[in-house]
Design a protein around this ligand. Sequence first.
Ligand code: FAD
Length: 391
Amino acid sequence: MNFENTKRAYLLKSNIELYQAFYLFRIISNKNLVYLGSRLALIALKLKFPISRIFRQTIFKQFCAGFKKEDSIKVINRLNKLDVKSYMHYASEGQNSELGMEFNFKKTINTISFSKTTNALPFTVFKATSLGSVSLFEKKNSGVVLNLNEMAAWGRTIDRIQKCCKYAKKLNVKMLIDAEESWVQNAIDEIAEDLMEAFNKEKAYIFTTLQLYRKDRLKYLQELFKKANRKDFSLGIKLVRGAYIEKENKRSMDLGIPSIICKSKEATDINFNNALDYILPRIEQCKLFLGSHCESSILKVTEWMKSNDIPNNYSNIWFSQLYGMADHISFNLAAQGYNVIKYVPYGPVKEVIPYLIRRAEENTSVRSQTPRELKLIKKELKRRKLKELEL
Ligand SMILES: Cc1cc2nc3c(=O)[nH]c(=O)nc-3n(C[C@H](O)[C@H](O)[C@H](O)COP(=O)(O)OP(=O)(O)OC[C@H]3O[C@@H](n4cnc5c(N)ncnc54)[C@H](O)[C@@H]3O)c2cc1C
């Protein structure tokens, strides 16, 4: 695998778009600027300052496909032409009222219907806490007995989730369930297990997500595999390292309890590799959706496939990256015939700002992939300049 082929990686980007991406990554690699910028953006949003335009022309353009799913189809078709599939998500966050959840439910159902209109959208996704309230998930998670009102609200949450999954299966669209903070995740796991048991009899329609920055997840994976065998259903596993490290560590500090997160990046990597070592020999029963921008994790899988004579387009293995990030991985993998899919968020600028701030913050972290993104964009700009000179 050659991830250095920048011509392939940036085929879809014009020179101007590449320069824009370069300056954007430069800005968001500066921790202080991102900290200040995101606080200001949130204040401006609250005060209803018209900041949408600035976002639309910069970070929104890099990480989001459009305001509506219909606008996003242009992006999706362009990706599809280079054999990169997409899964769409209405990336609005923090709707915690019944009305907001009903709205999110309708958006999820609409996205599933839309996925059926093209072969470019084989998966869809939902975040459980967008379909039920976070406080209810927390209560379920900690085993607190719910009162009558809460029981009714929980019933509505399960009903929304089941309807989404049933509809996805009916339309032959696979469904990913995102993983969230540990204080709601047990409740999500329970739902995901029930859904896999109900819907994954003939094939894996439902994929649960495992965060391998958690020390306990390898054991959980092994138990889940045994359960699936015992109850005769297929497992769909989205494997990620995990996105909530600061929140998790802060919470365990505040509560004075040991952190459930691996003690270092290296320990997370070992845990992640151990999970891959467990899944790969069982790939017939345990479908893998690898959500990662880490080249060595991806190479571990492609090399295993090669040494086991598994064709690159083997349908039980998918590689996934976020839209606007790690294009050198996505497009170079796709050029070799691997199954590649981008997470493509969309929504009105104002509603996706929290998602965009998280992307920016992720790119400021010390070990982030940003220097790699910058180096590759620079290499491609140089290659294009040389080509022009040759002509
Ligand atoms: C398609 C896709 C879907 C995703 N879905 C989810 C999801 O549902 N839920 C979710 O939580 N995340 C999700 N993520 C985000 C993911 O968990 C990671 O945060 C992100 O992808 C970075 O990890 P990496 O494997 O790409 O690469 P790397 O850059 O190699 O790893 C960075 C990750 O390593 C871990 N890490 C870093 N420093 C330390 C440390 N000091 N100690 C312990 N661990 C450390 C953290 O998890 C960090 O995010 C998704 C990512 C992708 C690409």
